[in-house]
Design a protein around this ligand. Structure first.
Ligand code: ADP
Ligand code: AMP
Length: 211
């Protein structure tokens, strides 16, 4: 089974993908996580991607598509989180999967109003070492600003600061939201009310993917 998690930044895709991928034995592919790691390690991809990410713009399609070709397991079984983000990426994914005799089985649209997204992004804290994600109010670490898993001091992502957040939401509306119709036309889009709390969203998510 190949799933796509679609929705605005801060909708909760990563939080749910981490958990569901573990429970179902799927591979979690987050292009955002891979790109941040590449930026941290100053790889050629990271060097090219950094300026786009800092501005909250999308990294060019050719770089993202090449990246997906590289990390896609031949047998499938993936949760794509934050990919595809443009129609060109969605078409490339369809082609890539069909070459291997697979397809996107379900697309889960994480539906949340803008004000919820802004509140989630402004309170998001991440571990710069292991990548764990918290929220100051909705999913706080046990001890203040310290990662439960590895003890590192948590940070706020630069692109979660207000100025960049506004641009990311605009980019989502213009470049990514058209994917809703793209997948609706294929009859594989499922809308999920992602404004509920983490546990409730997870229960509903499992129900809609048939897990
Ligand atoms: P995305 O991957 O879609 O950008 P995240 O999974 O990183 O979003 O979630 C954004 C922020 O909101 C994080 O701080 C996370 O802890 C928090 N969060 C995720 N899901 C929920 C939820 N259902 N209710 C409240 N906060 C949530
Ligand atoms: P995310 O962690 O999904 O919020 O992504 C963080 C940033 O990485 C985005 O604002 C983009 O700059 C870049 N990015 C992640 N995924 C993609 C993608 N599929 N296409 C283009 N840019 C991406």
């Amino acid at each position: 089974m190949n799933l796509v998690f679609l929705g605005p930044p801060g909708a909760g895709k990563g939080t749910q993908a981490k958990r569901l991928s573990q429970e179902l034995g799927l591979k979690h592919i987050s292009t955002g996580d891979i790109l941040r790691e590449a930026v941290k390690n100053q790889t050629p991809l990271g060097k090219k991607a950094k300026e786009y990410m800092d501005r909250g713009e999308l990294v060019p399609d050719d770089l993202i598509i090449a990246l997906i070709e590289e990390v896609m397991p031949p047998e499938g079984g993936v949760i794509f989180d934050g990919f595809p983000r443009t129609i060109a990426q969605a078409k490339a994914l369809d082609e890539m999967l069909s070459r291997k005799g697979m397809k996107v089985d379900k697309v889960i649209l994480f539906d949340v109003p803008d004000e919820v997204v802004v509140e989630r992004l402004s309170g998001r804290r991440v571990c710069p070492s292991c990548g764990a994600v918290y929220h100051v109010k909705f999913n706080p670490p046990k001890s203040d600003e310290i990662c439960d898993k590895c003890g590192t001091k948590l940070i706020q992502r630069e692109d979660d600061k207000e100025k960049v957040v506004r641009n990311r939401l605009e980019v989502y509306r213009k470049q990514t939201a058209p994917l809703i119709e793209y997948y609706e036309d294929k009859g594989i889009l499922i809308r999920l009310d992602a404004s509920k709390d983490i546990e409730e969203v997870y229960r509903e998510l499992k129900r809609v993917v048939g897990a």
